[in-house]
Design a protein around this ligand. Sequence first.
Ligand code: FE2
Ligand code: FE2
Length: 345
Amino acid sequence: MAKKEYYEDVRKQNLEPLWTIPDWFLSAEPLKTYGPYQWKWQDVYPRLLGAGEHMVPGLAGSRRVLVYAHPELRQSLGTTHTLNVAMQMILPGEKAPAHRHTPLAIRFIISGSGASTTVNGERMAMESGDFLVTPRWAWHDHRHDGDGPMIWMDGLDIPITRFLNGVFVESYREAMQAVTVADNESRKLFGIAGIYPKQIDSLTPANESLMAYPWANTLEALRNARETVTDPFEGAIVEYRNPRTGGSVLPTLGATMQSLLPDEETQSHRHTSSAAYYVYRGQGRTFIDGTAYDWNEGDVLIVPPWSWHAHRNLSNQHEAFLFAITDEPMLRAMGLYREERGPQK
Ligand SMILES: [Fe+2]
Ligand SMILES: [Fe+2]
């Protein structure tokens, strides 16, 4: 058979000769399929408040949420290729009804006071700087009994769950769950490392591990990290973990809180995980593959996989705090996590 006919014949059978497939099929290192992106809080905040006039959280589990949809990932509505970040708001007296879904969720509380999230019958407080998790397929609802808008950041693994065809969603039989255990039960059981109720192994709590991590604990852990660990690529950084397993806080998503002292700058590194940074406090600059992104409180900044990045605190007086959601646990689980340390090549 002549060469030309051979290739036509093979392709007619939906077979592709590997030796003709271009580099994107197997590249020497990860290809850049999307770039960095930044959302300024001054652009997001008024539009989030505006959603208060146009949408009321209602039945069928609907939420007042603005999704950070990366312009280069419009088809998946991803913030990165693996995760979604969104801002959610509820107003005084409102309830976001109970539902559950297989995509899991991280929540970082930004502002407001007096609201609560109930997960599997455990009600937990939400205050600025607190970190909450909702595991896969866990019933959850939110209510706001305080004053003023309550705003938090959601992080979910929707793009990867959809890619794996694993999405299920279900509404609860009633609008809100009954609270069945002591408020903040998981914090009371698992929130102090190394000290637990004597009966811990025989208990059947509403949630099997810690669901809410208060800001005061995060801050203390950061201070302790600053005194004990030196890492020129990170400043001081703590990772939220599951205290019962010692592993990442959720199977697919990880989260960190990082502190940069006045004028502190980190050295450049890159890794196969992607990250969505939220500027909790401070102002600074992040270099991503040589481009500078200046950030202020409330901004969200995307660092794509395998992109060199370094942070700098631009204030000579105030500490900066960067919260980040990453897909590092899923890359580690699949043996795909790699890090390269600068200087940038
Ligand atoms: Fe939800
Ligand atoms: Fe990094």
